[in-house]
Design a protein around this ligand. Sequence first.
Ligand SMILES: C[S@@+](CC[C@H](N)C(=O)[O-])C[C@H]1O[C@@H](n2cnc3c(N)ncnc32)[C@H](O)[C@@H]1O
Length: 227
Amino acid sequence: MNKPKIRSAYLRNNYAGLFQACISLSKPGTCVEIGILDGYSTIAIGSTLKNLGRGHLYAYDLFEDYPYTNQKYEEVLSRMERFNLTDTVTLRKKDILKAASDFRDSSIDFMHVDIANSGDTVANVLMEWNEKINPGGILIFEGGSPLRDEISWMKKFEKEKILPELKANEILNTQYTYAILHPFPSVCLCSKNLDNQKNNWFELDYEYAEKENLKRKIGENELFDMD
Ligand SMILES: C[S@@+](CC[C@H](N)C(=O)[O-])C[C@H]1O[C@@H](n2cnc3c(N)ncnc32)[C@H](O)[C@@H]1O
């Protein structure tokens, strides 16, 4: 039997590597994804969490109710079963704006938004979801490059551009630090500012680092000794 093909704009430039690196490094507890389609990013995030042995991904989509390119709920579920991810990934059929009420304030450590994004998506997500993101947490939007704003469907459907919204958005520019990665389709990688919040010391590993620093002074030679 032929394996079903995975459709994803991220495939071309291997954005799975970015998701894996972000998850491996930040070791998030609660993760949220909005926009699954065939599950490329969902599988990348979910399998990295599974390998780490911690964290859970709540993945949302409209599935067959989305009127454009979509995938059926049952098909995505069977993919999650095939990848042995049903303990790590929970699929939910809900609109992005309704899903926010499923989470407590400051409870999300990692969030990925990929719903055929436009400037409106960025504005709405920051309005509805910002309070839910834990300081120190990561928020990734698909898009952000000026070239991504020029693709045909953005023009055809007269969508608001993403980059001007990123530059102007008050929540983003006061509460986050962000970078845009330009290879197609591009992403905006946002980190919610910490402003020295002591309660994040433990989860971001600073308590451990401080203890180690007190125990021994690490010499420069030791730091750069890669053998
Ligand atoms: C570009 S695809 C996601 C691609 C996927 N993240 C990947 O790695 O290839 C966009 C998905 O967003 C979903 N979607 C669109 N609007 C949505 C909304 N308002 N709420 C939830 N999901 C939505 C669509 O059903 C579609 O499956």
